[in-house]
Design a protein around this ligand. Structure first.
Ligand code: MG
Length: 292
């Protein structure tokens, strides 16, 4: 099981590496151990054939060294994605909770890269601007290679891996604007991580439990099986008109249980709340909300 992650090393420098045998092997250690020089940025790593080269060599080594995971501050796996594409209304149960019919075509919006936050970062939200903060637990896809007009049958070849994503949303701003961009694009409104699990490690991305908790209360408890437009179809439709690039992130939509549709009344996030999202076989992210 190989995971790719970004972090701050004990010496304070940012880097990326791989988790192998429960140790984090830093990019620079790969060069020392395997004689393979890796690029400085993770997107170049993803788009190159480096991972296969490492895996071929590593099988021959008794690999038991590196950083301990607990000694590192983890960062969002992709710091500077070309695009963050997000699906709206892409779970059957989420459409049902708002009495809507799932759309025939994927509904797409974009979050800016300034919305990225680390998997365990505190999220600072301006209280004079946002009153109705909500979470959306989502499976995110990381694109591994350049492509346009990709057919559904080939689409998964363009997926490098998967990560966990919270599409944080200011419902009051969404309602005022009657569209999603401003209310979903605040700084730190896209916490993600804790790492990328490569595509080969996830046999069936449409059979993963997805659970969101707020202060240990389960709010979303669903499965990626309820996705309306599957990943291959999303990639096919998007790439008809838009070049997909290595490092692009596609957040595939959220299931039911968001705060705004809670009964008998909405439950928005409050100062000090801890939002934890877990996707089976991928990992867990956990962020504390701080209203400023
Ligand atoms: Mg969403």
């Amino acid at each position: 099981m190989v995971k790719i992650l970004r972090y701050v090393k004990p010496n304070g420098l940012e880097s990326y590496g791989l988790i192998i045998n429960n140790f984090v092997i830093d990019r620079s250690d790969v060069e020392v151990m395997l004689g393979l020089k890796l690029p400085e940025d993770i997107v170049s790593f993803i788009s190159g054939a480096y991972l296969n080269m490492i895996l071929e060599k590593i099988g021959k080594l008794d690999f038991k060294q590196g950083f301990e995971l607990e000694s590192l501050k983890l960062l969002a796996p992709i710091p500077d994605p070309p695009k963050i594409l997000c699906l709206g209304l892409n779970y059957i149960d989420h459409a049902e909770e708002q009495h809507k019919t799932p759309p025939d075509e994927p509904i797409i919006f974009i979050k800016p890269k300034t919305s990225i936050a680390g998997p365990f970062d505190d999220i600072y939200v301006p209280s004079d601007y946002v009153q109705q903060l909500d979470y959306e637990g989502e499976l995110a896809v990381i694109i591994g290679k350049l492509g346009k007009r990709i057919s559904a049958s080939k689409a998964l070849e363009y997926v490098f891996g998967y990560t966990v994503f919270n599409d944080l949303s200011a419902r009051d701003i969404q309602a005022k604007d009657k569209q999603w961009t401003r209310g979903k694009s605040l700084d730190q409104f896209a916490p993600m991580g804790p790492w990328i699990v490569t595509r080969d490690e996830v046999e069936n991305p449409y059979d993963l439990k997805i659970i969101t908790k707020v202060n240990d209360e389960v709010r979303q408890n669903s499965s990626t099986s309820k996705m309306v437009h599957k990943i291959d179809r999303i990639i096919e439709v998007l790439s008809k008109g838009m070049m997909l690039e290595p490092g692009d992130i596609i957040a595939t939509g959220t299931p039911s249980g968001v705060g705004v549709f809670m009964k008998p009344e909405p439950k928005f996030l409050k100062h000090g709340d801890i939002v934890e999202i877990t996707i089976e076989k991928i990992g867990t992210i956990r962020n504390r909300i701080i209203f400023t």
